[in-house]
Design a protein. Structure first.
Length: 244
């Protein structure tokens, strides 16, 4: 039971930070928040992503490239130009690494209004810290795993962020239905979206990239949109009228 709770909590908390903080806030600026709350969610992203922490600035640039070059050869993660999901993940990592190191130059208009916390970026992306997180996951399993096969779940914790990204970008540009003609291969993978907190409404998101609610049709549901509206009521975030 402890392992089930741990992996479920890690999955959804990490995914929430990716869609709420990295995607909707850092990459798209669909809402604003105070310096205090920005740092609080920055820290929460560091904690929940752990060994697979993604630097918000690099993630935002990577995602903006994805929108600018969706499903073309310049797209950093498109299943249309990679033979399998692992090749796509390697391509994404190579471009992400170039953005982190500054060896990959992007258009100036892509680099705007991206949150930065250099100390936490350096700490979270350092190999000693990634290894420390990995050892902490392993220690938890050593304490609470009741069967040996459970240790096979550890790689999910080690690579939680990239796994989320791979599912969204592979399935969301390969399987499902389309509400919009976006001149790309984006799709809404409705059946699996309950596991991805709205992120698999890729066709909707590419059709309306600055819309806070990723759901469009009556049978679609974006749970994070509801959470953001509640945060708005408590003045944690301020949503942009153009994004609602």
């Amino acid at each position: 039971m402890a392992i089930a709770v741990f992996i479920t909590g890690h999955w959804f908390l990490s995914l929430f930070c990716q869609t709420f903080f990295l995607h909707r806030y850092a990459a798209h600026k669909m809402f604003t928040m105070s310096r205090f709350w920005e740092r609080a969610f920055y820290l929460l992203t560091f904690v929940t992503q752990g060994s697979s922490f993604l630097i918000p600035r690099a993630y935002a640039l990577l995602h903006r490239m994805h929108h600018a070059f969706s499903d073309t050869e310049k797209d950093p993660h498109s299943p249309q130009h990679n033979h399998h999901v692992f090749e796509m993940m390697h391509t994404t990592y190579r471009i992400y690494h170039g953005l982190v190191k500054g060896t990959l130059v992007v258009d100036r208009d892509m680099v705007s209004q991206i949150p930065e916390w250099r100390f936490l970026d350096l700490l979270g992306s350092s190999w000693p810290m990634r290894i420390a997180w990995g050892l902490s996951y392993t220690a938890f399993y050593a304490a609470f795993a009741t069967h040996t096969w459970m240790f096979l779940l550890l790689p999910m914790h080690f690579l939680m962020g990239p796994i989320h990204g791979a599912i969204v970008n592979w399935c969301g540009h390969k399987y499902g239905y389309a509400n919009f003609d976006n001149d790309d291969h984006s799709r809404n993978t409705l059946f699996w979206d309950f596991l991805m907190l709205g992120e698999l409404f890729q066709n909707n998101h590419h059709g309306l990239p600055n819309r806070l609610n990723f759901a469009v049709r009556w049978f679609e549901f974006d749970p994070v949109y509801g959470l953001i509206r509640i945060m708005g009521w408590f003045r944690i975030v301020r949503t942009r009228r153009s994004a609602v």
